[in-house]
Design a protein around this ligand. Structure first.
Ligand code: GRF
Length: 202
């Protein structure tokens, strides 16, 4: 299964996926492409160092969401990509991309969904004073951060944890969970029924 990882920022999840791939932990998935909407995303360095093809697709002014989606689809089709893994991609994919890659797009979110959706999941859970938070890998549909949940890992907020400590714990959990979810997808072990994702045994 040829996957494209979409990034906008640091790329620590991309790095974890690359490492998992090297260690044979991504199952039948291979990272064929890294796509960034930011030319200077540090994530691109990780891809280049690993010898993975990169594409930068910045959304220029005047380009509509639909046109941008077409550009994305063009790249994905040209590279014969089977599945898309969002790893800190700061854009919302439009309905056309979601439809073309139905049940083939994953996202990772730094909270236990459906709590704390949106771009500030870690800060908002911390400010809210939750004692348990975590990470969620889910399928992407047209409902932002709302697609069927594949895997979650809980993270405790311990007495005295600063926001920085919590961020570190969350990222560590993400780096454990995301490769597992990608491997499950690639081995055809995820079956969606309504809102529920059943994980088939090997
Ligand atoms: C992660 O916290 C992920 O949950 C969120 O964006 C962040 C990306 O971090 N969607 P990185 O670029 O992988 O380091």
């Amino acid at each position: 299964m040829k996957i494209a990882v979409f990034v906008s920022g640091k790329g620590t999840n991309l790095r974890a996926l690359i490492k998992a791939g090297r260690e044979g932990k991504l199952g039948a998935a291979g990272i064929a492409l890294v796509l960034s909407d930011k030319q200077h995303a540090p994530a691109l360095k990780h891809a280049e160092e690993a010898g993975i093809r990169t594409v930068v697709l910045e959304k220029e002014k005047g380009v509509t969401r639909e046109q941008y989606d077409s550009l994305i689809l063009e790249v994905l089709k040209k590279e014969l990509i089977d599945a898309v893994v969002l790893a800190g991609f700061m854009r919302i994919l439009g309905p056309r991309v979601v439809k073309e890659y139905d049940q083939k797009i994953l996202n990772i979110h730094p909270s236990l969904l459906p709590s704390f959706k949106g771009g500030r999941g870690i800060e908002e859970s911390y400010e809210h004073g939750v004692k348990i938070t975590g990470v969620t890998v889910h399928f992407v549909d047209n409902d932002l951060d709302g697609g069927p949940i594949i895997l979650q890992e809980a993270v405790a907020v311990d007495e005295g944890d600063s926001l920085e400590v919590l961020e570190r714990k969350i990222h560590e959990a993400e780096h454990r969970v995301y490769p597992k979810a990608v491997a499950l997808l690639a081995s055809g072990r995820l079956k969606i029924k309504g809102r529920k994702v059943k994980i088939l045994s090997e």
